[in-house]
Design a protein around this ligand. Structure first.
Ligand code: HEM
Ligand SMILES: [Cu+2]
Length: 563
């Protein structure tokens, strides 16, 4: 089938293709899985804060680490990946179109991912894979856990290949035109995901599967952790970039403005591609066996993400101010007061942006070797990523859902749901401020993460933590109410809201914007620089790790001692 034609209005591209019913069904399938995950994962979160408060024990012999594995895997890996792929596909369908054949391949991707997810979920639920979402060796899970994970990754690759093919065919049909901004951004994010997940695929296929099946007696722990974090850090940018897509290209439309600069948006995405991969060592700062010089080099590269991050912050506030002033709201802050605070499509992502201020600042602390020594493996870290992924990213994904779901299901966002959405955002913010705040402080006082309630033999330091553990339980409970509200809103928008047409908001560029330079489409250059940076940051230390490895480790089954 031919690709649908873009409606190109004279000077600026208004990117808008109709989304057909079969397309909607595909995109929504990913989003259903995401919201089911939100509910299950949230429930586990609630159990965790209860257990950590010391006032509650899990019934029926359920193990804390089993619950925590479900929570981490289903929220950190399943919810995010499915929502992002569904969102990516929607953006591509809207801007460059999808053919019938591509849609079929996309379904294949979906089902491969679902089979993988079910395999992984079943092993965790049977208590055969309580290894947490980082599955650090030498903890050993049932082989099916790893095989399932590998299938999820392979499925996600297929989805990415479809996206690349969509752009390629669009380019062929539109010679000389620049790729629509959102399609460009999706291409960057799928590239980032593909290059990064090669690392986790390698460790799972080459190390974990043979070892868990008993074909290999031992595993090289440091190699596995290094390959995991080669993937684990870019993973957080894979979560964040879809939120940035909405900030750059959707929010301006919602507030009645235009995109501040198409070139700046593209440049920041290219920089994220460069600087999110060659930096995994900042998660391994206390790891013996990695040369300090290379840790230092990767930390310097880590700090380079400040550039695109600040570019993003600058351009968001520029859009807010220009739009407000154009509407005639003068004064120093008049434009700010008149932002559409009552529109949840704006309000939720805006709160997400605010959360990124403390979230980003905490990230700078985590990535600094000396300060990392203070907070490493404490519950501070958990507080940090509940601000970043569980607030900045989540609230933006919710903000997207308020228009994307009704757009796909042929319904509308009613005033009532909008209001409920505002309440949801406030509940989330209050719950998270309390829970994450308590985690940050408790972490500074030395409390470990990934630990159920313990008195640690009545140690004196533990008494300092107890109040914060209670606060964490209160915040977590409020947060869980936020999850219930969001799931209710999801069900409403997907099945019960009044039929109608909901806008798919995509902003245009400023009329007087400089044309976007042609070299932005030089994919060979971007991939070349990315690969060169990775080889620079990893080759020498990796060879060093392999050559100077201590003996590998035999498997440890969970609970420890069962091997
Ligand atoms: C009701 C809402 C939530 C509550 C009460 C909650 C609570 C918690 C707690 C207490 C921990 C740490 C447990 C420990 O280290 O012993 C944790 C870990 C974690 N949470 Fe949440 N959380 C919630 C929502 C979320 C969301 C929405 C996400 C992601 C989108 C998320 C992602 C994670 C991840 C990745 C971990 C790390 C698991 C690990 O260390 O293996 N959480 N959560
Ligand atoms: Cu990182």
């Amino acid at each position: 089938m031919a690709i649908k034609k873009l409606n190109v209005s004279s000077s600026t591209q208004t990117e808008s293709l109709p989304i057909s019913k079969p397309e909607s069904r595909l995109y929504m399938s990913f989003i259903y899985v995401a919201f089911i995950s939100l509910f299950i994962g949230g429930l586990m979160g609630l159990l965790q804060v209860f257990v950590r408060s010391g006032r509650f024990t899990l019934p029926w012999g359920i193990d804390y680490y089993q619950v925590l594995t479900v929570h981490g895997v289903i929220l950190g890996l399943v919810l995010t990946t499915y929502f992002i792929i569904g969102f990516h596909f929607s953006l591509m369908g809207k801007t460059v179109g999808i053919s019938d054949k591509q849609r079929k391949v996309a379904w294949l991707a979906f089902w491969v991912m679902v089979i993988g997810t079910v395999m992984t979920a079943v092993t965790i639920l049977l208590g055969k894979a309580s290894v947490l979402y980082t599955f650090y060796a030498p903890l050993k899970a049932h082989p099916v856990f790893y095989i399932g994970l590998a299938l999820v990754v392979v499925g996600s690759w297929v989805a990415g290949f479809v996206n690349w093919r969509q752009v390629y065919l669009w380019k062929k049909a539109h010679p000389g035109e620049k790729t629509p901004l959102l399609a460009f951004m999706v291409t960057i994010n799928t590239l980032l995901w593909f290059i990064a997940s090669l690392g986790v695929a390698a460790t799972v296929l080459i190390q974990f599967i043979p070892w868990s099946l008993g074909y290999a007696e031992t595993i090289n722990v440091l190699v596995s952790r290094t390959l995991f974090w080669y993937f684990g850090h870019p993973l957080v940018y894979f979560w964040l970039l879809p939120a940035y897509m909405a900030w750059y290209a959707v929010i301006p439309k919602i507030i009645g403005g235009k995109i501040f600069s198409d070139s700046l948006a593209r440049m920041s995405f290219v920089l994220f591609l460069f600087f999110s991969i060659p930096v995994g060592f900042h998660h391994q700062l206390v790891e013996p066996g990695i040369d300090a010089t290379w840790k230092f080099i990767q930390v310097v590269l880590t700090f380079m993400v400040a550039i695109p991050s600040l570019m993003t912050a600058f351009s968001m506030f520029a859009t807010f101010e220009i739009t407000g002033r154009r509407k005639g709201f003068g004064g120093l802050f008049g434009w700010f007061k008149h932002l559409p605070w009552k529109d949840v499509r704006f309000f939720a992502p805006f709160v997400g942006m605010l959360a990124f201020i403390p979230g980003g600042a905490g990230g700078l602390i985590n990535a600094s070797h000396q300060m990392n020594a203070v907070i490493h493996n404490t519950i501070w870290v958990t507080g940090h990523f509940h601000l970043t992924v569980a607030t900045t990213v989540m609230l933006t994904f919710f903000g997207i859902s308020y228009w994307l779901i009704p757009h796909l299901t042929g319904r509308t966002l009613t005033k009532k749901i909008n209001k409920l959405g505002i309440i949801q955002t406030i509940v989330w913010t209050i719950g998270m401020t309390i829970m994450s705040g308590a985690m940050h402080i408790q972490g500074l006082l030395g409390a470990p993460r990934r630990s159920s309630y313990s008195e640690y033999g009545g140690g004196e330091q533990v008494t300092e933590w107890i109040g914060y553990q209670m606060a964490q339980a209160i915040g977590g409970t409020i947060l869980f109410i936020g999850i219930i509200l969001m799931v209710y809103i999801f069900v409403k928008l997907a099945f019960f809201a009044p039929k109608g047409e909901e806008e798919f908001p995509i902003a245009e560029e400023e009329e007087d914007a400089e044309p976007t330079p042609k070299w932005f489409e030089n994919w060979k250059l971007w991939i070349g620089i990315t690969v060169a940076l990775i080889l620079f940051a990893y080759t020498i230390p990796f060879v060093d790790i392999i050559q100077n490895s201590p003996p590998g480790s035999v498997p440890f089954d969970w609970p420890i001692g069962n091997n």
